[in-house]
Design a protein around this ligand. Structure first.
Ligand code: LUZ
Ligand code: MOS
Length: 773
């Protein structure tokens, strides 16, 4: 089935927050934020701003009736800074005016005086100073200490990956409208309507029942709206509560980039040991997560780094420790992959490092060490349904890895200034929220008396096609034309207490709840038909709108049966509830069975590098992916393509740049480059692995949102491979993104082992920090 939103998107008719027709009297809010990264607010003078014609009110922490607190996991983040500021871009006040232009003008007139304190931007520096968001955690398996002694080869090094700006097309925003009796309806561009509702209630000091949150769809989220859509929504709601007028807060792109957190940069130490026959015997790593100034989702992100620290490999002796380091940057947050990609980049770096030293190809090391059924993950779960070996042989038979290697070798030996490189990137990604209570969902289904159907779930459509999938589920169970099924907006009054649309789990959780509700309704309809014909309901089938009795078409159709059921006063509404079975995790032991299942895949990336200019094209990315049994190939292939390109962007060009004062220098689209159509590989081939699918996945169609992002990690290593073909002395820095500049330095000497020093400013962990521009 085609994505139901495709036409609306292409014709510009799809509705986002800022497209909602405004009510008369709507006011506009602009956020006044801290100009500096750390300090004590000595004084703020709003007089000139308030004097500007059209400025209605400036809301600060003093106007908050409830708690000035928005921290979701740890209560460590104020909505509006009261005494101190901890990052540049931290909200201090909301300026409400008759138009957003006036509010922007007023913002320039605010006088603030802050006494500056020490700014920390580097995760390792924060850790040294004991600036941690929460205590470190360690996942371990076997015994690395004794394993080192048995290793034939041991390698140590560092790897760094930078942050990533979400750059959803629709910026953060919300529109709050007063209803009767102090009730407020918020239209929010959020992945987590319940998070908005719960936190708004706390700040406004009202019950959750007084706050209704509605989401038609959002223009992209990528994790950036899992938690960080909340403050703007609350600000709009506060304005509405105080003024009893509609208030809209939509961040400008520059405000959005400056004020919101991003993917967490990580700096990591690794140590990896091999047996003679190149089995990985031991792996140790220390992750330094740059959390920013408050916890936000960092604890959960850090946990997923530990879950995915060994990626697709079985390693008998593992010790991984992670620190969540508190710095004076905007609080970093969820981003597609949620810490998993950062963990995987480290082990892939360790393998690339070892391969070079051992003079073998990385893919040999990868293949020898692939995870198999029955192997234990460091977190205790026993791997099952592992498809990696099958995927690898599928890759070999469909795309002939050796032939690619030979062809590239041949090309490189006949071309001096242009070199090709390639890499393989296996991915194993666990599906479920790692916090067990979040793995539940509900769906509300109405069958109207004319036979048409209305569906509400907790799923938020963010471009990933979940609404299309929901319609598919209902129309398939009812055997009804999808056009007769409407997907309602996501609304906290229809489906309550929802988990955010995140963790690749939205279609699974909400789809299974929907399935349950539809099946109950279908059973009711069948019973009614059975009564009518005086037979057993097992003998009733409903197909394409026709009721069959013992396999024979009757003159009863869906519409008549629905009306008949209603006239018998039988309920045509049902609420389904689903909670993922069998999952658990014990944080004291750091062991358990956190994931419903895993998604597996492998990407083969080929690149051609112009070694004079340091520019390149990805010739092809060939992917063998475990979809289970995809319920919507066009939607799912779209997720693979989008995830891949977003991953390539993170690994090659997206360069978040904070200076030592904690100021975001890559603060606009002219200084922050994301992939465009020219960055897309010339060819992306997706080969779905044929499997039976997995019962824990909706219609056996596995989660597909996050896993493909990690195929992009292959881009980094294919480029390294090409650089080394030109400069055999090139020494890896494992410092993503591998930008054109770094590639040129790799090609022509700077960054070679002799000159490489991990403390060198340019190549340091948060190396963007400290460089001057
Ligand atoms: N969000 C979350 C996530 O709260 N928990 C998770 O485990 C998760 N995983 C991926 C993406 N978002
Ligand atoms: Mo996401 S990183 O699943 O919000």
């Amino acid at each position: 089935m085609k994505n139901i939103d495709s036409k609306g998107h292409v014709t510009g008719k799809s509705i986002y927050v800022d497209d909602i027709p405004t009510i008369k009297g709507t006011l506009y809010g602009v956020v006044f934020d801290s100009p500096i990264a750390h300090g004590c607010i000595e004084s703020i003078d709003y007089t000139k701003a308030l004097d500007l014609h059209g400025v209605i009110k400036i809301i600060t922490h003093e106007d908050i009736p409830g708690e000035n607190q928005i921290g979701g996991i740890i209560p460590d983040e104020e909505l509006f800074a009261s005494t101190d500021v901890y990052f540049a871009g931290q909200p201090i006040a909301l300026i409400i005016a008759e138009s957003d232009q006036i509010a922007f003008e007023a913002r320039k007139l605010v006088d603030i005086n802050i006494s500056e304190k020490e700014v920390i931007v580097d995760s390792r520096e924060a850790q040294k100073k004991d600036q941690l968001i929460f205590p470190p955690r360690t996942f371990s398996l076997g015994d690395t200490e004794s394993a080192w002694k048995k290793c034939a080869h041991v390698f140590k090094g560092q790897a760094h990956s930078n942050g990533q700006e979400h750059l959803y097309i629709e910026t953060q925003g919300a529109y709050a409208v007063p209803l009767e009796n102090g009730h407020i309806r918020i239209s929010s561009s959020t992945q987590g309507p319940t998070a908005v509702q719960r936190t708004a209630a706390k700040v406004l000091n009202v019950g959750m029942h007084k706050i209704e949150v509605d989401v038609v769809r959002i223009g992209g989220g990528f994790g950036g709206k899992e938690d960080q859509a909340t403050p703007w929504a609350i600000m709009a709601a506060l304005g509405t509560q105080i003024l009893n007028q509609p208030v809209k807060v939509i961040l400008s792109r520059l405000d959005d980039m400056r004020m919101t957190g991003k993917r967490h940069p990580y700096s990591s130490d690794y140590k990896v040991g091999f047996s003679d026959d190149l089995k990985i015997m031991a792996y140790e790593t220390t992750f330094f997560q740059n959390a920013g100034a408050a916890a936000d989702l960092s604890p959960a992100v850090m946990e997923r780094t530990l879950f995915h620290g060994t990626n697709s490999y079985f390693i008998p002796n593992v010790k991984m420790t992670a620190y969540s380091c508190k710095t004076n940057l905007p609080p970093n947050t969820a981003f597609r992959g949620f810490g998993g990609p950062q963990g995987m980049f480290v082990i892939e770096s360790a393998l690339a490092h070892a391969a070079k030293e051992l003079s073998v190809s990385t893919h040999q090391l990868q293949k020898i060490n692939l995870l198999k059924n029955g192997d234990k993950f460091p977190y205790g779960q026993i791997a099952d349904g592992v498809e990696l070996t099958k995927i690898w042989s599928e890759m070999e038979s469909k795309f002939d890895i050796e032939a690619v290697q030979n062809r590239i070798h041949e090309f490189n030996s006949t071309n001096a200034d242009v070199k090709k490189g390639f890499s393989l990137m296996p991915v194993t990604f666990g599906i479920s929220f790692t916090k067990k209570p979040m793995n539940q969902a509900r769906a509300l289904v109405h069958i109207y008396t004319d036979g048409s159907v209305g569906v509400s779930t907790g799923a938020v459509e963010m471009g990933q096609g979940v609404n299309t999938k929901m319609i598919q589920i209902a129309s398939q169970i009812f055997s009804l034309d999808p056009k007769r099924v409407k997907l309602e907006s996501t609304n906290t009054t229809r489906v309550a207490n929802t988990s955010p649309s995140a963790a690749s789990s939205t279609a699974d959780l909400n789809g299974k709840a929907l399935q349950q509700a539809c099946n109950v309704l279908l059973e009711r309809l069948k019973n009614c038909a059975a009564d009518h014909f005086g037979i057993s309901s097992q003998d009733i089938d409903i197909k394409s709108g026709i009721v069959y009795s013992k396999g024979v078409a009757t003159d009863l159709n869906w519409d008549k049966l629905v009306l008949m059921t209603f006239l018998k006063r039988i309920c045509l509404t049902e609420n389904g509830h689903y909670a993922t079975p069998r999952i658990n995790f014990d944080m004291k032991k750091e062991k358990g069975n956190p994931f419903a299942y895993h998604v597996f895949g492998l990407a083969l990336t080929e690149v051609t590098l112009d070694c004079i200019r340091g520019t390149y094209n990805f010739d092809a990315v060939r992917i063998v992916h475990d979809f289970g049994n995809t319920m919507n190939p066009s939607v799912d292939f779209g997720q693979i393509e989008g995830g891949l390109v977003q991953g390539i962007g993170w690994m090659t060009m997206e360069e978040i740049f904070y200076n030592q004062d904690g100021q975001l220098m890559s603060n606009s689209l002219s200084t922050y480059k994301i992939p465009d159509i020219y960055s897309v590989p010339k060819e992306v081939v997706i080969e779905p692995l044929k499997t039976k699918g997995n019962e824990m996945a909706i219609l056996k169609s596995k989660a597909v949102g996050e896993p493909p992002l990690m195929y992009g990690i292959g881009a980094y290593f294919s480029l390294e491979n090409a650089v080394r073909a030109f400069n055999p002395n090139f020494s890896s820095t494992f410092d993503a993104p591998f930008t054109h500049e770094k590639i040129l330095m790799g090609l022509f000497g700077a960054g070679r082992p002799e000159s490489h020093d991990s403390n060198n400013v340019l190549w340091s962990s948060d190396r963007m920090v400290g460089a001057t521009i």
